[in-house]
Design a protein around this ligand. Sequence first.
Ligand code: ZN
Length: 657
Amino acid sequence: MNFEIKYKDARARLGILTTSHGKIRTPALMPVVHPGRQTLPVKEHGAEIVITNAYLIYKNEELRERALQEGVHGLLDFSGPIVTDSGSFQLSTYGEVEVSNPEIIKFQEAIGTDIGTSLDLPTPPDVTKKRAERDLEVTLERAREALEVRENLTLNSVVQGSTYPDLRERCAQELASMDFEVHPIGAVVPLMESYRYRELVEVVMASVEHLPDSRPRHLMGAGHPMVFALAVAMGCDLFDSAAYILYAQDDRLLMPDGTHKLENLVEMPCSCEVCRTYTPQDLINKKKEERTLLLAQHNLAISFAEIRQIRQAIVEGSLWELVEQRCRAHPYLLDALRKLVTYSPQIEKYDPPYKKSAFFYSGSESLNRPEVHRHWEKVRNLPRKEAVLLLPPVTKPYSQNLHPYLGIAYGRGACEGMLTGKLDLQLAVVDVPFGVIPLELDQVYPLAQNETPTIMDTEARLQVKRMVEEYLEGYATVLVASSLVKRYELDITEQVTVVDPISMDTHDLKRVRMIADYQFQPGAGEALFDDQVRVVKSRKTGKIRHLYQGEDLIATLRASDGVLVLAVLGARKLHQHLPYPVNRVVVNEEAEPFAREGKSIFAKFVINCDIDIRAQEEVLIVNSEDELLAFGKSLLNGREITDFKTGQAVKTRKGGF
Ligand SMILES: [Zn+2]
């Protein structure tokens, strides 16, 4: 037997297991095949490897003779690798078996099993520690015996230890020092049946951490697709499923997010052949035996589909995202996820630091993923510069989009050393979930390749706050953007200076003020837009569209040419600010009522006008007393308006003043 790893993600391995009956890809699902009673051809439904029970074959005289003659592959009519169990299950269920450990090892060797199993002693959860220890001694003794008895049989050796992580650990350590090929993790079915997934994680992690990496691990009895992704992420390579048939016998359908009772279904849950061909009622109307076979087909199809999805996720580096999705299917699976992240320091050692897919934040559990743990360990140990400036996040990669902030931080002279380069300054962005990201690293995976929701949860705020406070411990001089202080409720100590790098809003303000100064005359910008101006941007382009004072529109920034189009309030403000006759067209008494009604202004009614007006400009329409009557767009320039006696001079936008 040979096992090699092709891809890794979290603690998962996508591997190739080579046996004398061919190669299979792992993680792999091994359907349980009942010797003599199997009616579903599992190979046709995707099985590359199967598992059967050597003890059941051994005990039945007819099956035993056939197996000894034709081999177990002949008996099951399966040409791929076959794993055999030893009768431990019967031992745990009935308390005794009619075979000894050496006998069952010899028998498995004789029938040509690819991977055989010693007769270990499965210890159920929650027994006294004394009993678990006693059982463990028996299991280890039988493991040693199995190695002495076997000639060339590839051997499983099962990790036991009940629900005591320290016993699981000890068992794994002892077995690791012996010459076995595969390690099942045993006696976990009762945990899974009662949804004790948190303890499943404890048991599996305690075992896996101390098993040799070069040997495949088999999570015994794990046949529900709900747990596959979780188990694979913990480093399990093989699963066996009796569930596909047991659930089918009970009229239940497996899905990766749970179990469905046939009687409750009005629609079939997937698009496998069975679900495409039959309605729930069709199946209910069938005879029990036929229905069981059809449901078993669905159960196998969905289980293999999940295994394929997991293998794809490992190659992409998105397994953790899949685990988070699956673990949200049930609160006790969420417990398992929350337990799993407590092992992030260990998992991180196996998790590749660079992946093809982005890190997706799917909830506060993501804050404790191995990637976050890794970044934090690395970043807190980097050499410190003299001072640090913490900046708010912008679109990633941060350094390409931080210019407006940095310019203002420098310009304000918050730290003169920055300008001159005399001060050795660390620039860093603060963001969820990675906490502090030195700007030099902002394009390193996954610091740019991650997505988080725009609405922050409390856990994220608290964790980032903790990270920032811890990070700042190494600095004497700290500059923190005021928006960060607010966002994360940072405590301001003596070492900290709060700086006010321009926020995007005030940056927008600068922009529109300058446009007004440019368009009208210097000073118009401040007159039109005070500090409280409300900027409304286009959802599509992100560009500034409307500028309000409270609910009142001041002006609109026209998308096509980027200049301001006045509204009523803007016209009033501009009229107040600009001295007569700047930007004005003065009409006579005759035209005044028409102007107030918002009618267009004809040149012959104009008695005075700013000679510097250009065509297509925003102009104010006043009477000889400089009362504002209306405003509009000039159609001619100042000279033309005063010269012409015919035709339109100003297209009025709004009157009514
Ligand atoms: Zn289906």
